[in-house]
Unconditional design. Structure first.
Length: 100
């Protein structure tokens, strides 16, 4: 997946969820990668392992400074990420229940 933002956050069930927005290589679908690892930047390509599912979320708009409520966001909980360009492994510890 190619990161389309720097480190940011969304809100799910009144809890802040940190991570990155990314697009899948095969279909260009936009997905939020939930991880606490802040070492990546826009344009990085990651190979990730984890679990994915839809969730209603509020998304922070950097330009306006407000949250926009979305009925469904695809959230991928990153268990392990590999940065394709440098080949370094990153293990991202994620709590079972975000923000709780």
């Amino acid at each position: 997946m190619r990161l389309t933002t720097d480190y940011t956050e969304i809100v799910v069930d009144s809890s802040r969820v940190p991570g990155y927005w990314a697009k899948r290589a095969n279909d260009g679908k936009k997905i939020f990668l939930y991880t606490r690892d802040q070492s990546y930047k826009t344009g990085d390509v990651l190979k990730v392992e984890g679990a994915m599912g839809p969730a209603p979320a509020a998304v922070f708009d950097d330009e306006t400074g407000i949250y926009e409520c979305l009925p469904s966001v695809h959230v991928f909980i990153v268990w392990k990420a590999l940065l394709s360009s440098s080949g370094r492994d990153t293990h991202a510890a994620v709590p079972r229940s975000p923000g709780k």
